[in-house]
Design a protein around this ligand. Structure first.
Ligand SMILES: *Cc1c(COP(=O)(O)O)cnc(C)c1O
Length: 207
């Protein structure tokens, strides 16, 4: 479980930390850097929000996993920065599975292009480890809709695992499910749920 602590103060994070939680997720780079500086160093930080190439260098030294990779350009940048400090960065490719246009993520064509490059020319992406796929379902009360979107991501994951990454045993994560839909996500094969409001209470974006 990734505890999504965006907008929440460090005291709230520490309270959960003291109960044993070590994996926390943030969606903004600046907020992530600020919290990283203030909190215990054995926290595994996951970036779950959109990442701009010019901000990659700030998180590469400490990030445990980036869920939101959506272009080859971004992969190249992460690889470049990781190489400088001799790290291998775990990433997930974010796939667009929702009906809404507003959600980030790649379509299947772009996903396959990225994997094609990664598998055939992987000498140039040596400091990247693609460990899975991430997706966000449509925000809706319609269970069948959510189920079909999670099923789509699960099928895509299986296809990718068999077709492109059969030789990589670390390709094993499906990051799907949030406070409102994590139970459905788990039934459809999620290995990482990203839970915010259920743990920390509703977010107040004004504060
Ligand atoms: C905010 C956020 C979550 C957590 O949402 P909740 O509904 O509060 O659990 C999960 N994933 C991403 C990408 C988010 O931005």
């Amino acid at each position: 479980m990734v505890a999504v602590s965006k907008t929440k103060p460090v005291d709230d994070i520490m309270a959960l930390y003291q109960q044993g939680q070590r994996i926390f997720g943030e969606n903004k780079v600046q907020e992530l850097i600020d919290k990283y500086a203030l909190l215990p160093k054995d926290i595994q930080w996951h970036l779950i929000g959109h990442l701009q190439t010019n901000k990659v260098k700030y998180i590469v030294p400490f990030i445990a996993c980036i869920h939101s990779v959506d272009s080859l350009k971004l992969l190249f940048e992460i690889n470049k920065e990781a190489k400088k400090i001799n790290r291998a960065i775990k990433v997930l490719i974010q796939v667009h599975i929702a009906q809404e246009d507003s959600k980030f993520g790649v379509d299947e064509t772009t996903l396959f292009e990225i994997l094609e490059y990664y598998t055939h020319e992987n000498t140039s992406l040596q400091n990247i480890e693609i460990v899975g796929l991430m997706g966000m379902a449509t925000l809706t009360e319609d269970r069948a809709q959510i189920e079909s979107e999670f099923l789509k991501l699960k099928k895509l994951f299986d296809y990718v695992a068999e077709t492109y990454l059969f030789h990589k045993k670390n390709f094993k994560e499906i990051s799907m499910g949030m406070s409102g839909d994590y139970q459905i996500a788990i039934r459809f094969g999620s290995t990482m749920v990203r839970i915010g409001s259920l743990l920390f209470g509703n977010r107040n974006y004004k504060s």
